[in-house]
Structures are given as C-alpha cells and as structure tokens.
Design a protein. Structure first.
Length: 271
C-alpha cells in the first residue's frame, strides 16, 4: 500500500511514548523507525531528558537527525557534537531556584552546560530515571551569581511544587515556561521555550512545514509539540487533555503504540 500522507519528519517523545514502562525500545519499534528513515523521513527524538540521558536512546534508534532535549531548551547536533540552539534561564531566576531548592522539601535537579546538578539529599530523587544519580553531580550551589540553568526541575509532592509554581509565577511571570511532565516532576524553562517551539525551529532549518510533520507524545510537556504538528498523535496512556490536543490516538506505550501508528499512517499495514 502506498503512503497516504506526505510526512517528512516524525518527532517522538521518549518516556511514556517511545519507551515502555521498563524504559526500553522494542525491536519492532526500532525496525519501524529505521524503515521510515530509509524512506527519507527524518526521525526526531524530542524529550524533557538531558543530553546524556537521551543519547543512549538516540543511538538505539540510529537517527542522525538533531535531538530536541531539556523540553525544547536545546537542539543538539549529535553528529557534529554541537548545539544548534540553546536557551537558558536568566541568572536571577537560576539564583532564585537555588534559594528555593534549599528551603523546600522538593528536590532541585538543574542542568547547566549539559551537566546535571543536585544537592546531596536529592541525589536519588529521580526515580523515573535512576541513572541520574550516576551521571549527575552533587553540589552545594554556592556560586549563584553566574549560573544560567538550561532547565530546572523540582521533584516532590504536588502540594509542595504547586506552592513553588505559584511563587515563581508571581515573581517572574512570562519570563518562565513551567509544566508538569509527571505529577511529581515540576519543570521550569525560559519563557516561550517548549518542545513545540523547538520543533518548529528545527523544522524551519530543514524547510519542513507543520503539514509535513508527525509528532507523538503523552504528557503536558508534549502538548505544544502536538498542537504544532499536522499529524499529532497522543498515546493511549496519555492524559485526557493531551488526547484533546492531538489529532489522532495511538496504542499504549507498552503495546508498541508508536510503531503501529507509524505503520498505519505510512501505509505499511491495512489496519
């Protein structure tokens, strides 16, 4: 069967989307993505993860296309090992986040210059990605006057992070983009920075339009990306509001939802 859609790029979130609950990419999914790439379709990994955490999965997929990481704060050309675009929080905001991080029960995890930093007591807070305790750096955050975080995240109970969110909203307003990627993960980026804005920026570099782009996601930090792409797909396990944003729905991330939807959209199966 011939392809029914002129799709030139497919952007895919990792956790809850491409990855199974066990943080794996199935062989069938990898084969499907490589088939798409063989047909000239660019595969873009678009994740809230940091560079080092995301690269293992980029390499498994085998896509040479630039990576969107830190929830859209960076577009990274891993073939040439350089940033194509990188947004950071202002120093006064970064300093305020450090102050809050030392006063709250929520644990601050923050990225700067592609390195992850946290206080000693927050070393093992990231249970969704336990590897962070090994690839991250314990710090005291003493030098607060010159730090510019790429992305910061408070990990904790929502009652606690909601207090932080309201405090930051009141003080900094639209200088920040804030989102929950998980009920316990409250993330902060520079204002206007989203996966959607990063995807548009990257597609503009390659003269690819929204009408030629497919995107997959499951969480609130994927909504802007899904709103931008013409062929937007929410996973079966996605939040209801994410499904309301997307044009299509795929199966569950533990049931190869991404692979099966791509196969159908590209005309590889008749179901």
């Amino acid at each position: 069967m011939k392809t029914q859609h002129k799709i030139k790029a497919i952007a895919i979130d990792l956790d809850g989307t491409l990855l199974t609950t066990q943080k794996k990419i199935t062989e069938s999914t990898i084969n499907t993505l490589r088939y798409a790439m063989d047909k000239g379709i660019h595969v873009v990994i678009a994740t809230g993860r940091g560079l080092h955490s995301a690269m293992d999965f980029v390499e498994q997929v085998g896509t040479p296309f630039p990576l969107i990481c830190y929830n859209g704060s960076c577009i990274y050309d891993h073939k040439n090992k350089k940033d194509l675009w990188h947004s950071t929080l202002d120093t006064d905001i970064s300093a305020e986040l450090i102050t809050i991080g030392k006063q709250t029960d929520a644990h601050l995890h923050a990225y700067a210059n592609h390195e992850l930093y946290f206080l000693e007591e927050g070393k093992y807070a990231d249970y969704v990605e336990p590897i962070s305790s090994r690839i991250g750096n314990v710090t005291t955050f003493k030098q607060t006057d010159s730090i510019r975080f790429t992305k910061a995240m408070f990990i904790g109970e929502k009652d606690t992070t909601e207090i932080i969110r309201k405090q930051l909203q009141e003080k900094f307003g639209d200088r920040l983009y804030m989102v929950y990627s998980h009920d316990y993960y409250f993330e902060i980026m520079a204002g206007g920075v989203t996966k959607g804005s990063a995807l548009k920026h990257l597609m503009d570099m390659y003269s690819i339009t929204a009408d030629e782009t497919m995107a997959f996601g499951d969480a609130d930090n994927d909504r802007e990306m899904l709103a931008w792409a013409r062929y937007s797909v929410a996973m079966g396990n996605a939040h209801t509001r994410v499904k309301q944003t997307a044009s299509f729905t795929a199966g569950h991330n533990d049931e190869e939802g991404v692979a099966k939807k791509i196969q159908k959209m590209l005309g590889l199966v008749d179901v």
